[in-house]
Write a protein that binds this ligand. Structure first.
Ligand code: 3HC
Length: 286
């Protein structure tokens, strides 16, 4: 695992736990942190379940799953990140929350050439870089959900990211994690969400206007265009709060009406109907 051996992941939600898992499976020493013990425990349970799934599918031996778990340290103390070579922030998609994480990491991480990455989908990397004293070491490394399954990573340097940081991040993601990298300019939504989110919002507007049912919209895209899941099931998988946050960042950046979150999405988030992770979104999960 090249020069990046010790990895820290901030946030043990859907994305953070997946990011920690793929690193541990690749042999890295991983520390993962959350704001409180229940959130940390939920992250650990998610990783254990995903590892078991890989073992059942014959993708991973039981010994390798145990070894991966053994490489993970769970803590609520972000000070444990002092010796990390790479830190990846994967907290909620809110600019202020992310800025605060980068401010703390800048004080805590001691290694002078450590790479500071964000898994943000839509918040400009420059804003996170400027929260630190070393914006040349800050880069977007954006994974896709489910992280252990989807091979893509978007690499997003800001105007101030150094070439050395880009090279090390690229080598780490392709060489050590075996993912495929595409590069994007530092614009809200990058490449994939700039295309995906207006599509998901259009599907939500279709339901809102009574045009078609969620089931028919999804079936249409699954059987008519061979997508693995339709836009509403995919929205439930990503999380409706996350889609709202991405749409808001993109709308703020471009003022493009297509990016503006429709009222139905806002009301569902107000109601706590966040999709698969909360048990109900456009579909129910029990
Ligand atoms: C918003 C962010 O910024 C960016 C994003 O993340 S955008 C979201 C991108 N994600 C997508 O577009 C997901 C699209 N959907 C899919 O790829 C597939 O439907 C899916 C992989 C989620 C599930 O696939 P499906 O064939 O329906 O189910 P299933 O057979 O259970 O799973 C396929 C494989 O994935 C694995 N898998 C599924 N969900 C998983 C999870 N949550 N964690 C780990 N592994 C998982 C399964 O173990 C299975 O592996 P196998 O083929 O070796 O048995």
């Amino acid at each position: 695992m090249a020069d990046i051996q010790r990895v820290g992941v901030v946030g043990a939600g859907l994305m953070g736990s997946g990011i920690a898992e793929v690193h541990a499976r690749a042999g890295a020493d991983v520390t993962i942190t959350e704001v409180n013990q229940p959130a940390l425990d939920a992250g650990r349970a998610r990783i254990e379940k995903s590892l078991q799934r890989a073992v059942k599918a014959g993708k991973l031996s039981a010994e390798d799953a145990d070894a991966a778990l053994g490489r993970l340290t769970f803590t609520t103390d972000i000070a444990a990140f002092a010796d990390r070579d790479l830190v990846i922030e994967a907290v909620i998609e809110q600019e202020q929350a992310k800025v605060e994480v980068f401010r703390s990491l800048d004080k805590i991480v001691e290694r002078p050439d450590a790479v500071f990455a964000s898994n943000t989908s839509s918040i400009p990397i420059m804003k996170l870089g400027m929260a630190t004293s070393r914006p040349q070491q800050v880069i977007g490394i954006h994974f896709f959900n489910p992280v252990p399954v989807l091979p893509l990573v978007e690499l997003v340097p800001s105007l101030l990211t150094g070439e050395d940081t880009v090279k090390r991040a690229d080598e780490h993601v392709t060489g050590s994690l075996g993912k495929t990298v595409i590069r994007s300019q530092d614009r809200a939504g990058f490449i994939v969400n700039a295309l995906l989110v207006p599509y998901l919002l259009s599907a939500i507007r279709m339901i809102e206007s009574g045009f078609a049912s969620a089931e028919d919209i999804d079936r249409g895209m699954e059987l008519g265009t061979a997508h693995p899941m339709g836009p509403l099931r995919l929205s439930d998988l990503i999380g409706l709060d996350t889609i709202k946050a991405i749409a808001e960042s993109m709308y703020e950046e471009f003022k493009e009406p297509l990016y503006s979150p429709p009222p139905l999405l806002l009301r569902m988030v107000d109601a706590g109907l966040l999709g698969k992770k909360s048990g109900r979104g456009f579909y129910s999960y029990s």
